[in-house]
Design a protein around this ligand. Structure first.
Ligand code: DC
Length: 221
C-alpha cells in the first residue's frame, strides 16, 4: 500500500504521516529529510547556494541512507546520522535553494522510488509525492492550514528543540518557502483523486482519524 501526503510546511504532514504509518504498521518515508540533508552538507562545505552546479555536486557526491520505520525516518550522510541537525533554522534558511534545483530533484525522485520499491508498503510525505514520485499511490492526501497556524506550530517545535527564534522570523521563512514549495503540491488540488484536509482547526488525532477513515472507505470501494 502506498499513501502519499503532500502540502506546505507546518500543515501537520510529518506528525500525521508518522502516526498513520504507526497505526497501519507500515514504514514512514520523510522525503523532506533528503533535501535537508543535502542543504546541511552544503552548509558544512561552505558552498555558494546560488551556484546550481555546486549544489548538484554535493547531492551527487554524498552517500545518503534512509532508515524508515513506522515511527521514524533516520537519515545518514556518508555514514553519519544527521537526523537531528537537519532541523535547525540555519538549514531552514537555505533548503529552498536545494528544493528548487531541478537536477537535484531528479536525483532524489529516483532515490525515493528506489526506497519505495524496497519498502513495499509505506506512508510518504513531501511536496511532490502524489503528483510526481508515486502517481499510482493507493490514496493521496494534501494537508493545508493558514500561514498563522502553520507558523505557530513550527515556532513551538523549534522552541521545544531549544532554538531561540521569533515567531515573525518563522512566519517570514514559511512564507518564502511557500513560494518555492507550492509549485510542487498545488497541481494536486485540481485532481479528483486527492483528498484535501484543512488542519487549521484540527488536532493531530482528528487528522489521523479522518485519514484512516478515508483509507478504509477507499479500500471498501
Ligand atoms: O517537509 P520539510 O520541511 O522537511 O522539507 C524540507 C525542504 O524540502 C523544503 O524546502 C521543501 C522541500 N521538499 C521538496 O521540495 N519536495 C519534497 N518531496 C519534500 C521536501
Amino acid at each position: 500500500m502506498i499513501v502519499t501526503i503532500d502540502g506546505p510546511a507546518g500543515s501537520g504532514k510529518s506528525t500525521a504521516a508518522r502516526k498513520l504509518a504507526a497505526r497501519l504498521e507500515i514504514a514512514y518515508l520523510d522525503t523532506g529529510a533528503m533535501y535537508r540533508a543535502i542543504a546541511h552538507e552544503a552548509l558544512q562545505r561552505g558552498i555558494d547556494f546560488s551556484n546550481e552546479q555546486a549544489v548538484l555536486e554535493v547531492a551527487r557526491s554524498i552517500r545518503l541512507e534512509l532508515d524508515c520505520g513506522p515511527t521514524h525516518t533516520r537519515v545518514r550522510v556518508n555514514g553519519h546520522d544527521v537526523s537531528e541537525v537537519i532541523r535547525t533554522m540555519a538549514v531552514n534558511a537555505v533548503m529552498s535553494q536545494v528544493a528548487r534545483n531541478q537536477a537535484v530533484r531528479k536525483l532524489l525522485v529516483e532515490d525515493q522510488r528506489r526506497v519505495g520499491e524496497r519498502l513495499g508498503s509505506f506512508v510518504t510525505e513531501g511536496r511532490d509525492q502524489g503528483s510526481v514520485v508515486f502517481p499510482k499511490a493507493d490514496i493521496k492526501f494534501v494537508l493545508q492550514a493558514t500561514l498563522q497556524r502553520r507558523s505557530e506550530r513550527r515556532y513551538q517545535e523549534l522552541a521545544a528543540d531549544g532554538e531561540s527564534v521569533q515567531i515573525t522570523e518563522v512566519m517570514d521563512n514559511l512564507a518564502a518557502r511557500d513560494q518555492v514549495d507550492a509549485k510542487q503540491w498545488e497541481p494536486l488540488l485540481t485532481s479528483d483523486a486527492v483528498i484535501v484536509i484543512d488542519t487549521t482547526q484540527m488536532t493531530i488525532i482528528e487528522v489521523v482519524d479522518l485519514m484512516e477513515e478515508c483509507l478504509r472507505a477507499s479500500l471498501h470501494r
